[in-house]
Ligand binder design. Structure first.
Ligand SMILES: [Zn+2]
Length: 68
């Protein structure tokens, strides 16, 4: 039951078959955060959030999940 639906690892929204563990929105946001962090590895979560327009709670989760 429900094997084809999983939940986005970030926002917990149910997502359908995708090779990623994130929904489309979170995937885009995650890409923004990642490319920002690559350029500026030592900035704070708050700064990342401001620059990428991703809520800081979400940025924290992304950092915790590791970037892949
Ligand atoms: Zn999501």
């Amino acid at each position: 039951m429900g094997e084809f639906v999983r939940n986005c690892r970030l926002c917990k929204e149910p997502i359908e078959s995708t090779p990623f563990a994130l929904c489309a929105t979170c995937l885009l946001e995650s890409n923004r955060v990642q490319s920002f962090v690559i350029k500026y590895p030592h900035v704070s979560i708050e700064r990342i959030s401001e620059e990428t327009e991703v809520p800081s709670d979400k940025v924290k989760q992304m950092v915790k999940l590791g970037s892949n």
